[in-house]
Design a protein around this ligand. Structure first.
Ligand code: SF4
Length: 413
């Protein structure tokens, strides 16, 4: 079965040339298997196609028979992602007859805002209700150095699944199990709709796929979402500003690196096979050694590094022997190590190491030439920190008074 990382039938240049009238009445080439699959995945329960779950190169096939498909596709795509329209009827330049035909076969998905909580440190947690009643969360993190409305960098941590099947023992999202994959629209709409709520003159600058779910476990939808995030006529993020985090689904990791030049973060969290097996069941399928061998061979451009996230848990993986083994694992890998002192919560007995222990671990690796940083904890008072997403959704809805939900976007610059 062909995955959506395969080239689709139309390349973007062709769509744009045709939209500009450079290709006359030349018919579209026959649709290929990758595009057929993407259209099938974008089909909603009511039979209509969710246009926000399609790449621009596939969109013309959703419009087949309406005439000027590629011209219309580019026009609609820009309205979807640049203007943020929620209904086809908001695109005033479509004739009534075409609109009627289009509405019978296509629709535009958006997320229903279910609340937001602002942390004291400037972090904001967004809660979204999906069409089937599930909830997901996204976390907006302004600059560490300059939090608040004047930050220069705004990072959005987005979810890629409802729940997660990976069952990492330290993570609350893992307790939910996997409910379902998010569609490309549900992934990208988090960025679109948070962008629409940014302070005047501010925009999201970075996207990290580190929210609920394992992104590579939802691979086909992830690739479409990334192409929309990266597309000039889509959300237009630089590949340098998008990071995909994974527990290490080895074949998919390789496939991602070969398909798109986004940043990769690997959730490491242990210094030996046995230790990793205790907290990350995926190690049974893909060993630590297989993961590191894969990382060593990834086609990473010389200007980039793989980030290794290391959740530090007191008395478990925080000794200098652990630090030494982590250093060994990184041999010949273009690596950056990000230490994350565990975010304590009432559902786990895991403790956070003392600042001295964290500093000693970091110092050990830095002294040996590794790029090793400690991630500042953000959003802990609103359960938006790493490993705290997902299970708190129900708690948020029932216990914490949510700020009034902001309206979904009308206009997106
Ligand atoms: S850490 Fe990530 S991959 Fe592991 S259970 Fe949590 S959400 Fe899933």
């Amino acid at each position: 079965m062909r995955s959506s990382s395969s080239p689709v039938a139309l390349d973007l240049d062709r769509v744009k040339e045709r939209a500009r009238g450079l290709r006359g009445d030349e018919p579209m080439p026959p649709i290929n298997e990758g595009a057929v699959e993407q259209l099938a995945r974008a089909r909603r329960a009511d039979g209509r196609i969710d246009l926000r779950s399609l790449e621009l190169s596939v969109l013309p096939y959703a419009l087949e028979g309406l005439g000027k498909e590629e011209l219309r596709a580019l026009h609609i795509y820009k309205h979807l992602w640049k203007q943020g329209v929620q209904n086809l009827s908001e695109i005033k330049t479509i004739s009534r007859a075409t609109l009627t035909a289009l509405e019978s076969r296509a629709a535009i998905e958006h997320l229903e805002p279910a609340g937001r909580i602002d942390s004291d440190d400037g972090t904001t947690k967004f809660l979204w209700r999906l069409h089937d009643g599930h909830h997901i969360e996204s976390v907006l993190i302004p600059d560490e150095d300059r939090p608040g409305p004047n930050a220069n960098r705004y990072t959005l941590c987005v979810s890629t699944q409802v729940g997660c099947a990976m069952a990492c023992s330290f993570c609350l999202t893992g307790d939910m199990g996997l409910k379902r994959n998010l569609t490309p629209a549900e992934i990208c709409n988090q960025a679109l709709q948070v962008n629409a709520q940014m302070p005047a003159g501010r925009r999201l600058t970075n996207i990290v796929m580190m929210g609920m779910g394992e992104p590579l476990h939802n691979f086909d939808n992830l690739i479409v979402a990334l192409r929309i995030l990266l597309a000039e006529d889509g959300l237009n993020f630089s590949h340098r500003r998008i990071t995909v985090s994974t527990v290490g689904l080895v074949p998919r990791l390789q496939q991602l690196a070969e398909t798109l030049p986004v940043n990769i973060a690997v959730s490491l969290n242990a210094s030996t096979e046995e230790q990793r097996l205790q907290v990350m069941p995926i190690t049974k399928k893909y060993s630590l050694q297989a993961l590191m061998d894969c990382c060593r061979a990834l086609p990473i451009p010389s200007c980039k590094r793989i980030t290794f996230e290391y959740v530090m848990m007191a008395g478990f993986n925080d000794t200098l022997d652990d630090a030494a083994r982590v250093g060994e694992l990184m041999r010949d890998v273009p690596a950056k190590i990000n230490l994350i002192p565990y975010n304590e919560n009432p559902d786990r007995s895991i403790r956070r190491p003392s600042p001295e222990v964290v500093a000693a671990f970091q110092g050990y690796l830095s002294d040996r030439g590794f790029n090793c940083t400690v991630r500042a904890t953000r959003g802990i008072d609103v359960s938006a920190a790493c490993g705290q997403l997902g299970k708190t959704v129900e708690r948020m809805a029932s216990r914490i008074p949510l700020a009034p939900a902001a309206p979904a976007p009308q206009e997106h610059a």
